[in-house]
Design a protein around this ligand. Structure first.
Ligand SMILES: [Zn+2]
Ligand SMILES: [Zn+2]
Length: 157
């Protein structure tokens, strides 16, 4: 087998599987199992083993933020317009010209709805997108149930 690294979903450490874990994972992969739990040597948690190719897929996806707008399950992309780049959500149409305002909005939605916190991680005092697999499975259902808020401006600052 070629991919022997896993990333702990709890402490985010990337670790190499030990010989016993490699054997265990290889035998399950051979049986066609995709969801495999291994123990993280750094924090002791059970974490899902993710194949290297899938981890690459994951890190491509994490370039986008979950939209921090109430009831919106969309994604916020950096739109690199020559004149004025902005952060925009294709689903609800919200946009941010200042990254700090997007950051502020993430802080408020996370404070309001704790399950939203799984979509982001703190890195050097800043919110960054978390891996998709850390979100609750019913994330979209939870977000769709959120009570409407009173800001409806598309330009969020
Ligand atoms: Zn860990
Ligand atoms: Zn949105």
């Amino acid at each position: 087998m070629d991919s022997i690294n896993a990333r702990c979903q709890v402490c985010k450490t990337i670790f190499e599987l030990d010989a016993q874990q490699q054997k265990f994972v290889a035998s399950l992969i051979a049986k066609g199992q995709r969801f495999i739990m291994v123990e993280c040597p750094s924090c002791g948690s059970s974490t899902q083993y993710i194949k290297a190719e899938e981890a690459v897929e994951d890190s491509r996806q994490v370039a986008n933020y979950r939209c921090p707008i109430t009831q919106c399950t969309g994604w916020v992309d950096l739109i690199d317009e020559k004149t004025r780049p902005f952060w925009g959500c294709g689903e609800c149409g919200s946009l941010w010209y200042e990254e700090k305002n997007l950051q502020k909005e993430i802080t408020s939605i996370v404070a309001l709805h704790p399950y939203r916190a799984h979509s982001y991680e703190q890195l050097n005092g800043k919110w960054v997108p978390a891996v998709l697999s850390s979100e609750p499975e019913n994330y979209e259902a939870l977000v769709e149930q959120e009570p409407a808020d009173d800001h409806d401006a598309l330009v969020r600052g």
